[in-house]
Write a protein that binds this ligand. Structure first.
Ligand code: MN
Length: 276
């Protein structure tokens, strides 16, 4: 339902009604989602900034889904509710995961989709944490659906300021729409939580390493039974040169191009030498 339906729609008329709202199909169609839930402040900031770039459709989880990874819902029905958003418009709150939202948006709601932007996440998405991230996974799902995709995070949990990260996301979105991205590529963006004048520029980075110390805490519930709490403290400075984490520590915006192909071609060559 991509290019041919787009042309058909444009031939027919410039604006079409999708449910309750009119969409200008001549503008770039942007799907916005997140993993912090549809009423997260970062999503509103992102939508506001991207409205200057194209027509934004918001489909996001009805409740927070951080660290949900790339899960999709296959064994129960999904629901989408039209909800009134903080900016006065409406969005779709879905009962599923961030990746569910992307599939629902692209294949059941939007006349066509030119770009998927996920975020702005509360907290960094660096190193191996990408594999846990609902924010990054939603962008990956966008790439799987054949759309250019960006994940945006503000690298702090305390008093995040989404204003500058949102403006940067809009600038990047314009360039992605102009230049395109190779298939299977997602841009993972982490913005330091600093005033704009203190940001030291943009670094094109590689995915670093992010490991945790004291990952499991055992505690006791009021009935005397053990329970466990996962997490731990980040082990500092192991992410390496030119990494996403290093850039953020240095006050720079990190932009990492990541790809969906997880194959290690170097090790594949070695394995070919094994006697299997
Ligand atoms: Mn999150």
């Amino acid at each position: 339902m991509n290019s041919c339906s787009r042309e058909t729609l444009q031939e027919q008329e410039k604006t079409i009604g999708i449910g309750w709202r009119m969409i200008d199909t001549m503008r770039p169609q942007i799907l916005v989602t997140n993993d912090d839930g549809i009423f997260a402040e970062g999503l509103t900031a992102l939508r506001d900034a991207l409205s200057a770039v194209g027509e934004v459709t918001v489909v996001a989880p009805e409740r927070p889904r951080s660290a949900s990874g790339h899960a999709i819902t296959l064994h129960k029905p999904l629901r989408m509710e039209r909800v009134r958003m903080p900016w006065g418009g409406e969005g779709y709150a879905a009962s599923g995961t961030p990746s569910d939202c992307v599939v629902l948006g692209i294949y059941s709601l939007m006349p066509h989709c030119d770009l998927v932007v996920s975020g702005i996440n509360l907290g960094p998405n660096l190193g191996e944490d990408l594999t846990y991230s609902g924010t990054v996974s939603a962008a990956m799902e966008g790439a799987i659906c054949g759309r250019p995709a960006i994940a945006v995070s503000v690298a702090d949990y305390e008093k995040p300021d989404y204003g500058f990260p949102a403006r940067f996301a809009a600038k990047l979105a314009r360039q992605v729409l102009d230049h395109g991205l190779p298939p299977d590529i997602v841009l993972n963006v982490n913005v330091p939580n600093l005033p704009e004048e203190e940001i030291m520029g943009v670094a094109i980075t590689r995915q670093g390493k992010r490991r945790y110390e004291g990952r499991v805490e055992r505690r006791q519930d009021p009935r005397g039974r053990d329970y466990y709490w996962l997490g731990g403290e980040v082990i500092q400075d192991i992410d390496g040169e030119h990494s996403d984490g290093e850039a953020v520590r240095e006050g720079r915006i990190s932009v990492t191009p990541i790809h969906l192909d997880l194959t290690s071609y170097a090790v594949a060559k070695t394995l070919e030498q094994w006697e299997l």
